[in-house]
Design a binder for this molecule. Structure first.
Ligand SMILES: [Zn+2]
Length: 150
């Protein structure tokens, strides 16, 4: 696609495919604003009518920090799983291992669609920090890396 190409537009605060615009409104309407291919978004624009994801735009991924990642994790089961998060297409689980030789936090993650009962679905990393205060900076870095695909 060229930078001035587009398949979706913004009209009246909503995102539409060109073909999904309300009746009587077309791309020549001055209130219809094209979403050009070189425009930058921090999430994929989704058509409010048909749900098409217009991923032809440039996606600027949000980089998590210790401050912004922590609220994404919800406390789960108070026993073995400390907290869990659903971010984009991934499921993250923050656990606490209290076996004597391996005591500490660990982070596991998998694709949402992968079998939760299959161990091979998961990757994992050890997380620093005493019980009650995991190293959120480290967790943010791992999440950024997983979502960025490196
Ligand atoms: Zn549509």
């Amino acid at each position: 696609m060229y930078s001035y190409d587009y398949e979706a537009v913004v009209y009246d605060g909503e995102i539409y495919c060109v073909d999904c615009l309300p009746e009587g409104v077309d791309i020549d309407d001055p209130e219809v604003m094209p979403i050009f291919a070189d425009s930058e978004w921090n999430h994929v624009p989704v058509c409010s009518v048909c749900g098409t994801e217009h991923d032809y735009v440039t996606i600027i991924r949000e980089e998590y920090t210790a401050t912004t990642i922590q609220p994404r994790f919800q406390q789960a089961h108070p026993t073995d799983i400390a907290a869990e998060a659903h971010i984009e297409s991934r499921y993250f689980l923050l656990g606490w291992d209290d076996s004597p030789h391996n005591m500490g936090y660990y982070l596991e993650w998998r694709y949402e669609d992968d079998d939760p009962d299959n161990e091979n679905s998961y990757d994992d990393a050890a997380i620093d920090g005493p019980q009650g205060s995991p190293d959120w900076t480290q967790i943010a870095k791992i999440v950024n890396g997983v979502l960025g695909g490196y």
